[in-house]
Ligand binder design. Structure first.
Ligand code: CIR
Length: 256
C-alpha cells in the first residue's frame, strides 16, 4: 500500500467557546463534552495510526481553533502559515507557528492572498488547491513559488457551493480518491481511481488517510463498503459535534 505517511500530528482541543464557531446552522445545539470525547477518540485513532501527537492548548478567544488543519500547509520540509480570510480565525495561527518552527522551515502567505489548509490536498508531488471563498488565486500563486523548487506541481481547483476542497474530495492512498462531484471539475482528478460516495453520504467524502489507515466518519455504511472494497484498513469515528461546526476529520489535525 502506498499513501500519505506521517510521524507527528498537531492537534488542538475543543475550546469552551466552540459553540460560537463559524457554522451554517447556528440553531443546532453543540454538546461540548461530547465534542471533547469525540476529539479524544480522534487523538487515540491518530496514535493507533503510529503518529506522535503534538497538542496545542485550545484558546477560548478562537471558537474554531480545534480545526487546526486550516492554519497551515505542510509540504515536505516546508510549512506555509495560512492567511485566513475569516476575521475570527486570524489569531489561531500564532500558537501553530511556534510549534511548526520546531520541525519545518516556516513561510507566511503574503498579503493580499488568503488560504485555509482545508483547501489543500497533496497527492504525491501534486498539490490540488481549491479556489474558494477562503482561498484566493494570489495565495495559490505564492504557494506555487514556495514549493516548485522541491518538485511539486500546483493544480488550482475552482470550487462552488462548498466550504473547502477537502469537504468534497480526499486522497486515500493507492491512487484512490473519495469524492462527491458537482462542486468542482472532477476531470482534474482523472488520473486517480475515483470512489463516488452515494447520495446522502456527502459528508463522508472527508476521510483522513495516514500510515496505511483510513479514518472515516461513522454512519455512512454505503461509503464504508466502497472504501473497504478497495482494501483499505478503515477506522470509523463519531464526528457529529464537528459536523455541526462544518468540520470533519482532516480539519482536526496537521500531519507532519
Ligand atoms: C470554519 O468555518 O472555518 C469552521 N467552522 C470549519 C472549518 C473546517 N475546516 C476544514 O474543513 N478544514
Amino acid at each position: 500500500m502506498s499513501g500519505p505517511t506521517g510521524r507527528r500530528a498537531i492537534v488542538r482541543g475543543v475550546p469552551s467557546t466552540y459553540e460560537q464557531c463559524i457554522r451554517t446552522n447556528k440553531d443546532v445545539p453543540i454538546d461540548i463534552d461530547l465534542a471533547r470525547r469525540q476529539h479524544a477518540a480522534y487523538c487515540n485513532a491518530l496514535r493507533d495510526a503510529g503518529l506522535r501527537l503534538v497538542s496545542i492548548e485550545p484558546d477560548d478567544r478562537y471558537p474554531d481553533c480545534c480545526f487546526v488543519e486550516d492554519t497551515a500547509i505542510v509540504v515536505g520540509e516546508r510549512a506555509i502559515i495560512s492567511r485566513m480570510a475569516s476575521e475570527s480565525r486570524k489569531g489561531e495561527i500564532e500558537g501553530v507557528r511556534e510549534i511548526l518552527r520546531l520541525f519545518k522551515l516556516v513561510h507566511d502567505v503574503r498579503p493580499p492572498g488568503t488560504i485555509d489548509g482545508g483547501d489543500v490536498q497533496v497527492i504525491d508531488n501534486k498539490i490540488f488547491i481549491g479556489v474558494s471563498e477562503r482561498t484566493s488565486t494570489e495565495a495559490i500563486i505564492h504557494v506555487e513559488e514556495l514549493v516548485s523548487d522541491a518538485g511539486y506541481e500546483v493544480v488550482p481547483v475552482e470550487l462552488s457551493g462548498i466550504l473547502h476542497l477537502k469537504s468534497a474530495v480526499t486522497y486515500l492512498g493507492n491512487g484512490c480518491v473519495v469524492m462527491y462531484s458537482g462542486h468542482f471539475d472532477k476531470r482534474l482528478f482523472a488520473e486517480y481511481k475515483q470512489i463516488h460516495v452515494p447520495k446522502g453520504d456527502e459528508y463522508a467524502a472527508n476521510c483522513l488517510a495516514v500510515n496505511g489507515k483510513v479514518l472515516m466518519s461513522k454512519g455512512f455504511p454505503g461509503t464504508r463498503n466502497l472504501i473497504k472494497g478497495e482494501g483499505f484498513d478503515l477506522m470509523e469515528l463519531e464526528t457529529t459535534e464537528f459536523r455541526k461546526g462544518d468540520g470533519s476529520l482532516t480539519c482536526l489535525s496537521i500531519i507532519l
